[in-house]
Design a protein around this ligand. Structure first.
Ligand code: NAI
Length: 334
């Protein structure tokens, strides 16, 4: 199958070429993001492969359909960036990678919490400057603290287990509680109670109309003063402007982000020579208690290998049976 891979970076080439070592697919890698102006580059292909910040709205899907594309291979678990109703109406199959390494994102979440709590990012810079003072580096024991996990699916569930192993009290909120987590002592409570009681709140729910700005001014008003908020799910689960207001008031003690509402214009590129145009993001960077990584939670060797292998297995299944192994549709998500 001829597949055009959008938003491709050197690491995508490396892992996709390895998964396609037998050359059964013809892969064309494009650096550009998919949008209505770049869709034409898929002319002549049978499928396209898209990442989290590619645009798959109604007009892009229509354009792809006109070019003969009938299969969109998402190399992500999340599919909030796809207009599924339009895809269904056009008969374009959407495939995703439902699970590649829950460990990768759960472990990155812990890296963020430990770094922000113990101020490792500041300590690293200080020590290199010959400054060994400890003022400003005070943290708290995670052991004995209360961690609130919003969304206990594959990633949130793994994260909850790791936090339990640290000796934390783990509260969780999910419309579908997991009995295995209950069995290890995770306490399912409503969101309000979780926000009120947690020293650290970590978001692992998908972005849906229900979860957009789930954490906004009302949530910050009830969160424990000085608590830490961590988001490795999708940026728009947090109302960033409300988070900035809570940071300015000192109400929010720390904010760790691997995702950002408007990350599409920033992440996965080297913009170090450019003038930052996003004033909200620029404001976030001024806080000493804000730590941001550029959507790298998934970025481990194991996860990248699984992403490439599963994406091409979706293409294999579509070529063989007319249906990918892991389809996403309005009715059913595999
Ligand atoms: P999953 O589908 O296994 O789990 C999501 C959980 O959230 C489910 O248990 C679901 O019932 C729950 N949920 C849904 N609505 C909720 C609500 N309103 N409140 C509380 N819980 C709710 O998904 P998985 O694999 O654990 O991934 C979670 C999210 O992590 C993905 O949707 C994606 O946005 C993000 N992600 C981020 C990555 C990164 O590199 N930072 C990489 C992979 C995923």
């Amino acid at each position: 199958m001829h597949i055009v891979v959008y938003s491709a970076r050197s690491y995508d080439r490396r892992f996709f070429n390895a998964a396609n070592a037998d050359g059964r697919h013809s892969l064309t890698f494009l650096e550009s993001r998919l949008d209505v102006s770049t869709a034409a580059a898929a002319d002549g292909a049978e499928a396209i492969c898209a990442f989290v910040n590619d645009c798959l709205n109604a007009s892009v899907l229509l354009r792809l359909h006109q070019l003969g594309i009938r299969l969109v291979l998402l190399r992500s678990a999340g599919f909030n960036h796809v207009d599924l109703a339009s895809a269904a109406a056009l008969g374009v199959a959407i495939a995703r990678v439902p699970e590649y390494s829950p460990y990768a994102v759960a472990e990155h979440t812990i890296a963020l919490i430990l770094t922000l709590n113990r101020k490792i990012h500041r300590a690293y810079a200080r020590v290199r400057e010959g400054n060994f003072a400890l003022e400003g580096l005070l943290g708290f024991d995670l052991h004995g603290s209360t961690i609130g996990v919003v969304g206990t699916g594959k990633i949130g569930g793994r994260f909850a287990r790791l936090m339990a192993a640290f000796g934390c009290r783990v509260l969780a909120n999910d419309p579908l509680p997991n009995p295995e987590l209950r069995a290890i002592g995770v306490d399912y409570v409503d969101l309000q109670e979780l926000l009120c009681a947690s020293d650290v709140v970590s978001l692992h729910c998908p972005l849906t109309p229900d979860t957009r700005h789930l954490i906004g001014s009302a949530a910050f008003a009830v969160m424990k003063p000085g608590a830490m908020l961590v988001n490795t799910s999708r940026g728009a689960v947090i109302d960033t402007r409300a988070a900035i207001a809570a940071l300015k008031r000192g109400r929010l003690g720390g904010l760790a982000l691997d995702v950002y509402e408007e990350e599409g214009d920033l992440f996965f590129r080297d913009l170090s020579e450019d003038v930052l145009q996003d004033d909200v993001f620029a404001r976030l960077l001024t806080f000493p208690n804000v730590l941001i990584t550029g959507h790298q939670g998934f970025f481990t060797v194991q996860a990248m290998t699984a992403i490439a292998t599963t994406t091409l297995a979706n293409a294999d299944a579509y070529a063989r049976d007319g249906r990918p192994t892991h389809p996403v549709s309005l009715e059913r998500v595999a």
